[in-house]
Design a protein around this ligand. Structure first.
Ligand code: PLP
Length: 336
Protein backbone atom coordinates (compact mmCIF):
# COMPACT_ATOMS: atom_id res chain seq x y z
CA UNK A 1 0.00 0.00 0.00
CA UNK A 2 1.29 3.44 -0.94
CA UNK A 3 1.62 5.85 1.98
CA UNK A 4 0.69 9.51 1.55
CA UNK A 5 2.19 11.49 4.39
CA UNK A 6 0.20 14.71 4.81
CA UNK A 7 1.15 15.33 8.44
CA UNK A 8 3.57 18.14 7.63
CA UNK A 9 5.88 19.54 4.98
CA UNK A 10 8.73 18.57 7.31
CA UNK A 11 8.50 14.90 6.29
CA UNK A 12 10.10 15.39 2.88
CA UNK A 13 13.07 13.22 1.98
CA UNK A 14 16.11 14.97 0.51
CA UNK A 15 16.03 14.39 -3.24
CA UNK A 16 18.84 12.57 -5.04
CA UNK A 17 20.04 15.90 -6.49
CA UNK A 18 20.02 17.48 -3.03
CA UNK A 19 22.01 14.58 -1.55
CA UNK A 20 24.45 14.96 -4.41
CA UNK A 21 24.88 18.66 -3.68
CA UNK A 22 25.44 17.82 0.00
CA UNK A 23 28.07 15.22 -0.87
CA UNK A 24 29.95 17.66 -3.08
CA UNK A 25 29.82 20.61 -0.65
CA UNK A 26 33.06 22.39 0.19
CA UNK A 27 33.24 22.62 3.97
CA UNK A 28 35.25 24.12 6.82
CA UNK A 29 34.82 24.75 10.54
CA UNK A 30 31.95 27.19 10.74
CA UNK A 31 32.71 28.06 14.36
CA UNK A 32 35.87 29.66 12.91
CA UNK A 33 33.73 31.15 10.10
CA UNK A 34 35.64 28.89 7.70
CA UNK A 35 32.83 27.06 5.95
CA UNK A 36 32.49 28.51 2.44
CA UNK A 37 29.13 26.85 1.81
CA UNK A 38 27.62 28.19 5.03
CA UNK A 39 28.99 31.63 4.19
CA UNK A 40 27.54 31.42 0.68
CA UNK A 41 24.14 30.40 2.07
CA UNK A 42 24.13 33.23 4.58
CA UNK A 43 24.93 35.77 1.86
CA UNK A 44 22.38 34.27 -0.49
CA UNK A 45 19.44 34.21 1.92
CA UNK A 46 20.27 37.68 3.28
CA UNK A 47 20.26 39.09 -0.23
CA UNK A 48 17.06 37.25 -1.21
CA UNK A 49 15.36 38.83 1.81
CA UNK A 50 16.95 42.25 1.30
CA UNK A 51 18.78 42.07 4.64
CA UNK A 52 22.41 42.92 5.38
CA UNK A 53 23.34 39.64 7.05
CA UNK A 54 22.14 36.18 8.01
CA UNK A 55 23.02 33.39 10.41
CA UNK A 56 22.55 29.70 9.63
CA UNK A 57 21.08 27.84 12.61
CA UNK A 58 19.95 24.26 13.25
CA UNK A 59 16.22 24.92 13.68
CA UNK A 60 13.44 27.44 13.37
CA UNK A 61 12.86 27.26 17.10
CA UNK A 62 16.43 28.28 17.79
CA UNK A 63 16.28 31.00 15.14
CA UNK A 64 13.19 32.56 16.72
CA UNK A 65 14.63 32.29 20.22
CA UNK A 66 17.87 33.93 19.10
CA UNK A 67 15.86 36.72 17.49
CA UNK A 68 13.84 37.34 20.64
CA UNK A 69 16.98 37.26 22.79
CA UNK A 70 18.76 39.63 20.40
CA UNK A 71 15.93 42.17 20.51
CA UNK A 72 14.92 41.79 24.16
CA UNK A 73 16.71 41.56 27.48
CA UNK A 74 15.70 40.26 30.89
CA UNK A 75 12.40 41.84 31.96
CA UNK A 76 11.41 42.87 28.44
CA UNK A 77 8.38 41.48 26.64
CA UNK A 78 7.31 40.58 23.14
CA UNK A 79 3.79 40.95 21.77
CA UNK A 80 2.65 37.85 19.93
CA UNK A 81 -0.42 35.89 18.82
CA UNK A 82 -1.92 33.14 21.00
CA UNK A 83 -1.36 30.58 18.25
CA UNK A 84 2.02 31.89 17.10
CA UNK A 85 4.82 29.36 17.01
CA UNK A 86 7.07 31.72 19.00
CA UNK A 87 4.51 31.67 21.81
CA UNK A 88 2.68 28.35 21.79
CA UNK A 89 4.90 25.83 20.07
CA UNK A 90 8.43 26.50 21.29
CA UNK A 91 8.11 25.14 24.83
CA UNK A 92 8.18 28.62 26.35
CA UNK A 93 11.83 29.11 25.42
CA UNK A 94 11.75 32.91 25.40
CA UNK A 95 10.52 32.97 29.00
CA UNK A 96 12.57 30.01 30.23
CA UNK A 97 15.89 30.73 28.55
CA UNK A 98 15.60 34.43 27.72
CA UNK A 99 13.76 35.81 30.76
CA UNK A 100 11.57 37.54 28.17
CA UNK A 101 7.86 37.68 28.93
CA UNK A 102 5.38 36.97 26.15
CA UNK A 103 2.30 39.18 25.86
CA UNK A 104 -0.05 36.95 23.86
CA UNK A 105 -3.06 38.41 22.01
CA UNK A 106 -6.08 36.69 20.47
CA UNK A 107 -6.06 36.36 16.70
CA UNK A 108 -8.88 37.60 14.53
CA UNK A 109 -10.51 35.07 12.19
CA UNK A 110 -8.00 35.87 9.44
CA UNK A 111 -5.06 35.23 11.76
CA UNK A 112 -4.11 38.88 12.23
CA UNK A 113 -3.80 40.66 15.56
CA UNK A 114 -6.08 43.70 15.72
CA UNK A 115 -4.03 46.90 15.56
CA UNK A 116 -5.99 48.31 18.52
CA UNK A 117 -5.11 45.24 20.57
CA UNK A 118 -1.43 45.61 19.70
CA UNK A 119 -1.49 49.31 20.59
CA UNK A 120 -3.28 48.61 23.89
CA UNK A 121 -0.77 45.89 24.80
CA UNK A 122 2.23 48.22 24.62
CA UNK A 123 2.94 49.08 28.26
CA UNK A 124 3.72 52.56 29.53
CA UNK A 125 7.24 53.09 30.85
CA UNK A 126 6.45 52.33 34.49
CA UNK A 127 8.23 50.20 37.06
CA UNK A 128 5.16 47.95 37.36
CA UNK A 129 5.47 46.67 33.82
CA UNK A 130 7.74 44.61 31.67
CA UNK A 131 9.25 46.75 28.91
CA UNK A 132 7.40 46.18 25.61
CA UNK A 133 10.26 45.71 23.16
CA UNK A 134 9.19 43.56 20.23
CA UNK A 135 6.30 42.54 18.00
CA UNK A 136 6.50 38.98 16.62
CA UNK A 137 4.31 38.13 13.65
CA UNK A 138 4.16 34.90 11.68
CA UNK A 139 3.62 34.45 7.93
CA UNK A 140 2.24 32.06 6.93
CA UNK A 141 0.30 31.39 10.13
CA UNK A 142 -1.51 28.07 10.09
CA UNK A 143 -1.29 28.16 6.30
CA UNK A 144 -2.91 31.62 6.12
CA UNK A 145 -1.21 34.60 4.56
CA UNK A 146 -0.92 38.01 6.20
CA UNK A 147 -1.37 40.74 3.60
CA UNK A 148 1.37 43.19 2.73
CA UNK A 149 -0.87 46.05 3.87
CA UNK A 150 -1.43 44.43 7.27
CA UNK A 151 2.28 43.78 7.81
CA UNK A 152 3.07 47.38 6.84
CA UNK A 153 0.44 48.79 9.20
CA UNK A 154 1.23 46.56 12.18
CA UNK A 155 4.97 47.11 11.99
CA UNK A 156 4.61 50.88 11.43
CA UNK A 157 2.37 51.10 14.49
CA UNK A 158 4.89 49.48 16.83
CA UNK A 159 7.93 51.12 15.24
CA UNK A 160 6.42 54.50 16.09
CA UNK A 161 6.27 53.35 19.72
CA UNK A 162 9.91 52.26 19.69
CA UNK A 163 9.42 48.50 19.36
CA UNK A 164 11.43 46.20 17.13
CA UNK A 165 9.79 43.70 14.77
CA UNK A 166 10.45 40.03 14.06
CA UNK A 167 8.80 37.78 11.51
CA UNK A 168 8.65 34.05 12.04
CA UNK A 169 8.78 33.25 8.36
CA UNK A 170 9.22 29.50 8.69
CA UNK A 171 7.08 29.37 5.54
CA UNK A 172 8.02 32.81 4.20
CA UNK A 173 8.38 31.51 0.64
CA UNK A 174 4.89 30.00 0.77
CA UNK A 175 3.58 33.43 1.78
CA UNK A 176 5.58 35.11 -1.00
CA UNK A 177 4.27 32.57 -3.51
CA UNK A 178 0.67 33.16 -2.45
CA UNK A 179 1.11 36.95 -2.53
CA UNK A 180 2.96 36.79 -5.86
CA UNK A 181 5.84 38.92 -4.60
CA UNK A 182 9.56 38.36 -3.92
CA UNK A 183 10.25 37.34 -0.31
CA UNK A 184 12.05 40.65 0.20
CA UNK A 185 8.75 42.53 -0.14
CA UNK A 186 7.54 40.76 2.97
CA UNK A 187 10.87 40.90 4.79
CA UNK A 188 11.26 44.66 4.27
CA UNK A 189 8.68 45.34 6.98
CA UNK A 190 10.66 43.55 9.71
CA UNK A 191 13.95 44.09 11.52
CA UNK A 192 14.58 40.35 11.58
CA UNK A 193 13.13 37.43 9.66
CA UNK A 194 13.53 33.73 10.38
CA UNK A 195 13.07 31.31 7.50
CA UNK A 196 13.08 27.48 7.58
CA UNK A 197 14.77 25.39 4.90
CA UNK A 198 13.36 22.19 6.40
CA UNK A 199 9.65 22.83 5.72
CA UNK A 200 8.28 23.18 2.22
CA UNK A 201 11.74 23.87 0.82
CA UNK A 202 12.59 20.25 1.49
CA UNK A 203 16.03 20.45 3.15
CA UNK A 204 16.66 18.00 6.01
CA UNK A 205 17.87 20.59 8.53
CA UNK A 206 18.29 24.29 9.03
CA UNK A 207 16.92 27.78 9.28
CA UNK A 208 18.36 31.24 8.84
CA UNK A 209 17.91 34.38 10.88
CA UNK A 210 18.25 37.47 8.70
CA UNK A 211 18.73 41.03 9.90
CA UNK A 212 21.09 43.95 10.18
CA UNK A 213 24.88 43.87 10.40
CA UNK A 214 24.48 45.34 13.87
CA UNK A 215 22.20 42.57 15.15
CA UNK A 216 23.68 39.41 13.63
CA UNK A 217 26.89 39.44 15.76
CA UNK A 218 24.73 39.39 18.89
CA UNK A 219 22.64 36.60 17.35
CA UNK A 220 25.90 34.75 16.71
CA UNK A 221 26.78 34.91 20.40
CA UNK A 222 23.34 33.61 21.45
CA UNK A 223 23.63 30.81 18.91
CA UNK A 224 26.88 29.72 20.55
CA UNK A 225 25.32 29.87 24.01
CA UNK A 226 22.28 27.87 22.89
CA UNK A 227 24.47 25.13 21.45
CA UNK A 228 23.82 25.96 17.83
CA UNK A 229 27.42 26.44 16.71
CA UNK A 230 28.13 23.78 14.10
CA UNK A 231 31.38 22.67 12.49
CA UNK A 232 31.41 21.38 8.87
CA UNK A 233 27.84 22.58 8.47
CA UNK A 234 28.37 23.17 4.76
CA UNK A 235 26.88 19.74 4.04
CA UNK A 236 23.64 21.10 5.50
CA UNK A 237 23.98 24.55 3.97
CA UNK A 238 24.44 22.88 0.57
CA UNK A 239 21.01 21.28 0.96
CA UNK A 240 19.51 24.68 1.78
CA UNK A 241 21.25 26.32 -1.20
CA UNK A 242 19.97 23.53 -3.43
CA UNK A 243 16.47 24.14 -2.07
CA UNK A 244 16.70 27.87 -2.81
CA UNK A 245 17.77 27.06 -6.38
CA UNK A 246 15.24 24.33 -7.10
CA UNK A 247 12.40 24.23 -4.60
CA UNK A 248 11.07 27.78 -4.35
CA UNK A 249 9.22 28.10 -7.67
CA UNK A 250 7.63 24.69 -7.20
CA UNK A 251 5.85 25.74 -3.98
CA UNK A 252 3.03 26.84 -6.30
CA UNK A 253 2.52 23.14 -7.11
CA UNK A 254 2.00 22.38 -3.40
CA UNK A 255 -0.56 25.18 -3.22
CA UNK A 256 -2.40 23.81 -6.26
CA UNK A 257 -2.48 20.33 -4.70
CA UNK A 258 -3.92 21.82 -1.49
CA UNK A 259 -6.68 23.38 -3.62
CA UNK A 260 -7.33 20.02 -5.26
CA UNK A 261 -7.56 18.35 -1.87
CA UNK A 262 -9.87 21.01 -0.45
CA UNK A 263 -12.17 20.79 -3.46
CA UNK A 264 -12.30 17.02 -3.23
CA UNK A 265 -13.10 17.08 0.48
CA UNK A 266 -15.62 19.89 0.46
CA UNK A 267 -18.22 17.88 -1.42
CA UNK A 268 -18.25 15.17 1.25
CA UNK A 269 -20.82 14.88 4.05
CA UNK A 270 -20.13 16.14 7.61
CA UNK A 271 -16.91 17.95 6.83
CA UNK A 272 -16.31 21.69 6.64
CA UNK A 273 -13.14 22.65 4.81
CA UNK A 274 -11.38 26.02 4.97
CA UNK A 275 -10.38 27.23 1.52
CA UNK A 276 -6.58 26.88 1.59
CA UNK A 277 -4.35 29.86 0.86
CA UNK A 278 -1.07 27.94 0.69
CA UNK A 279 -0.09 24.29 1.29
CA UNK A 280 -2.26 23.54 4.33
CA UNK A 281 -5.83 22.34 4.40
CA UNK A 282 -7.73 22.58 7.69
CA UNK A 283 -11.07 20.88 8.15
CA UNK A 284 -13.59 20.17 10.88
CA UNK A 285 -15.53 16.94 10.93
CA UNK A 286 -18.95 17.01 12.53
CA UNK A 287 -20.60 14.29 14.52
CA UNK A 288 -19.39 11.43 16.64
CA UNK A 289 -17.39 9.83 13.85
CA UNK A 290 -14.89 12.72 13.85
CA UNK A 291 -12.70 11.04 16.47
CA UNK A 292 -12.02 7.92 14.40
CA UNK A 293 -11.09 9.60 11.14
CA UNK A 294 -7.34 10.01 11.69
CA UNK A 295 -6.88 6.34 12.58
CA UNK A 296 -9.09 5.23 9.67
CA UNK A 297 -6.96 7.27 7.30
CA UNK A 298 -3.82 5.75 8.77
CA UNK A 299 -5.20 2.28 8.05
CA UNK A 300 -5.54 3.38 4.42
CA UNK A 301 -2.00 4.73 4.25
CA UNK A 302 -2.99 8.39 4.61
CA UNK A 303 -1.13 10.12 7.43
CA UNK A 304 -2.50 13.34 8.86
CA UNK A 305 -2.81 15.18 12.17
CA UNK A 306 -5.78 16.25 14.25
CA UNK A 307 -4.29 18.10 17.22
CA UNK A 308 -6.53 21.20 17.08
CA UNK A 309 -8.27 20.58 13.78
CA UNK A 310 -7.85 18.04 11.02
CA UNK A 311 -4.83 19.19 9.02
CA UNK A 312 -3.41 18.07 5.68
CA UNK A 313 -0.15 19.52 4.37
CA UNK A 314 1.06 19.16 0.80
CA UNK A 315 4.77 19.11 -0.07
CA UNK A 316 7.55 17.91 -2.34
CA UNK A 317 6.75 14.22 -1.81
CA UNK A 318 3.00 14.46 -2.49
CA UNK A 319 1.46 14.25 -5.96
CA UNK A 320 -2.05 14.43 -7.42
CA UNK A 321 -2.45 10.67 -7.14
CA UNK A 322 -1.67 10.83 -3.43
CA UNK A 323 -4.13 13.67 -2.93
CA UNK A 324 -6.85 11.73 -4.75
CA UNK A 325 -6.09 8.69 -2.62
CA UNK A 326 -6.51 10.83 0.51
CA UNK A 327 -9.84 12.20 -0.75
CA UNK A 328 -11.06 8.67 -1.48
CA UNK A 329 -10.07 7.49 2.00
CA UNK A 330 -11.94 10.38 3.66
CA UNK A 331 -14.96 9.76 1.43
CA UNK A 332 -14.99 6.06 2.30
CA UNK A 333 -15.14 6.93 6.02
CA UNK A 334 -17.59 9.83 5.95
CA UNK A 335 -19.98 8.21 3.47
CA UNK A 336 -20.11 4.90 5.34
C1 PLP B 1 8.33 24.64 12.11
C2 PLP B 1 8.12 26.03 12.56
C3 PLP B 1 9.02 26.66 13.40
C4 PLP B 1 10.18 25.94 14.06
O1 PLP B 1 10.98 25.24 13.25
P1 PLP B 1 11.79 23.95 13.79
O2 PLP B 1 12.85 23.83 12.79
O3 PLP B 1 10.80 22.85 13.80
O4 PLP B 1 12.29 24.27 15.16
C5 PLP B 1 8.81 27.97 13.73
N1 PLP B 1 7.74 28.63 13.27
C6 PLP B 1 6.83 28.07 12.47
C7 PLP B 1 5.68 28.87 11.98
C8 PLP B 1 6.99 26.74 12.09
O5 PLP B 1 6.08 26.17 11.30
Amino acid sequence: MKTVDLRSDTVTQPTAAMRDAMARAEVGDDVFGDDPTVNALQERIASMLGKEAALFVPSGTQSNLIAIMSHCGRGDEYIVGQMAHTYRWEAGGAAVLGSVQPQPLEHRADGTLALDDIAAAIKPDDAHFARSRLLCLENTLGGRVLSLAYMADATALVRERGLATHLDGARLFNAATALGVPASEIAQHFDTVSVCFSKGLGAPVGSALCGSKALIPSAHRWRKMLGGGMRQAGVLAAAALHALDHHVARLADDHALAQRLAQGLSGLPNIVVDPPQTNMVFADVQGERAAGLVSHLKSRGVLTTGLYRLRFVTHLDVDAEGVDHAIAAVREYLSA
